[in-house]
Write a protein of this length. Structure first.
Length: 383
């Protein structure tokens, strides 16, 4: 069975280890999780409750409710200059949108270009039988466009982009996007642009790939309500796609999830129409935490931490002579602090670790203290 051959993410092993430690009664400081610690705003929760009471509890169209699709399209046009209308939007969770788009665009034997380190695309690619081709990013985590060009073969079908990045937090610049999209045009590649963190940009400007792509380049824009409004458990997001791909995405929805629950869609629409202040509040919280954490990490010997422009992660490189999985396993065992091994995000993530600043500054400070203590011990052992 194809599913039996799916590789296990190191993150799952880490979560299992955390669970066992907590069962033993030990307190684990979790700086690994990629979700806001903030509550979903009250107005969004109230909108879902009101929608349920108003009867929004039955099937709706697989593509999504027209008013929500129109609201998503308007946001993308107004904020990011993405040329789209309600007819181009399919409502589904962002994670499922990535998998559904892979089903709609590639198959067994096809190659998918993945600038690396990057989000966890390996397992969904394995599910559809496609082959990831990892292309290293530049040291500052910008796209290495010549390296991507060199990686193109006759089997290349798709290019994955993530901005702001997970795990790097880097925001792709206009000039590098233009260069890589021109490459996609030359080689007839489809582009998936994962823009889940588009609302969490602290320096620079978020640029959507679809806003600068040549009309000949099919771009699927994937977005989410999860990070923007602290709605991770709601599993609400969307894909915006050209007609041929969009029709396939609707088919995938029809024969899998049927539809996103309509009361959740109504809550998402409320968020788009009324949640600007909540969105800015959430962004301000994470910006302040990022600045605090970066200041603290600059004092830690053995870590080199590029400044992320968005999302809520830092991705430092460590100097201890251990693989990242072993380092994170020992860090959890010795200091009860959980971070994610960089290799979980592809081979180019080795010798890095991902720290999420989705915890209060007091927890971040304590986590850095424990990491610093751990690195000090292990660097002295290897010297």
């Amino acid at each position: 069975m194809q599913v039996d051959e799916i590789s296990e993410s190191p993150i799952l092993a880490l979560i299992d280890q955390i669970f066992r430690l907590r069962q033993e009664g030990r307190t684990v400081l979790g700086l690994h999780i990629g979700e806001p610690d903030l509550e979903t705003p009250a107005g969004i929760r109230d909108a879902a409750y009101a929608a349920m009471n108003a009867g929004f509890t039955h099937y709706v169209a697989a593509q999504g409710m027209p008013d929500l699709r129109a609201g998503i399209a308007q946001r993308l046009r107004d904020r990011h200059r993405v040329p789209c209308g309600a007819e181009d939007v399919v409502v589904m969770s962002a994670k499922f949108a990535i998998y559904a788009t892979l089903l709609a665009t590639v198959g067994p034997g096809d190659e998918v270009l993945v600038p690396n380190p990057s989000y966890l695309f390996e397992q969904p690619l394995e599910l559809v039988g496609a082959q990831p081709v990892y292309v290293p990013l530049n040291p500052d985590f910008s796209l290495d466009v010549p390296a991507i060009r060199d990686a193109v073969t006759s089997r290349s079908r798709l290019l994955m982009l993530v901005t702001p990045g997970n795990p790097t937090g880097r925001v792709l610049r206009l000039e590098e996007l233009r260069a890589v999209l021109e490459l996609a045009r030359e080689h007839h590649l489809t582009v998936i642009s994962d823009e889940t963190y588009e609302s969490l940009v602290y320096e620079g400007t978020h640029v959507s790939a679809a806003s600068v792509a040549d009309p000949e380049v099919p771009v699927v824009t994937v977005g989410s309500f999860s990070k923007t409004y602290a709605m991770t458990g709601w599993r609400a997001g969307y894909a915006v796609a050209p007609p041929a791909i969009r029709r396939r995405l609707v088919k995938v929805m029809e024969h899998t999830l049927t539809c996103l629950p309509p009361f959740i869609q109504q809550a998402c629409l409320w968020a788009l129409e009324n949640g600007a202040a909540d969105e800015e509040r959430i962004r301000s919280v994470f910006r302040a935490r990022r600045d605090h954490l970066l200041t603290r990490l600059q004092t830690v010997d053995g870590l080199s931490t590029p400044r992320p422009g968005g999302a809520f992660y830092v991705f430092p490189r460590f100097e201890v002579d251990l693989p990242s999985v072993e380092l994170c396993t020992e860090l959890l065992r010795e200091e009860q602090v959980a971070v994610v091994p960089g290799v979980a995000f592809g081979p180019e993530g080795e010798h890095h670790l991902r720290i999420s600043y989705t915890s209060p500054v007091e927890a971040l400070d304590e986590g850095v203290r424990r990491i610093e203590r751990f690195l000090g011990r292990h660097r002295s052992r290897s010297s």
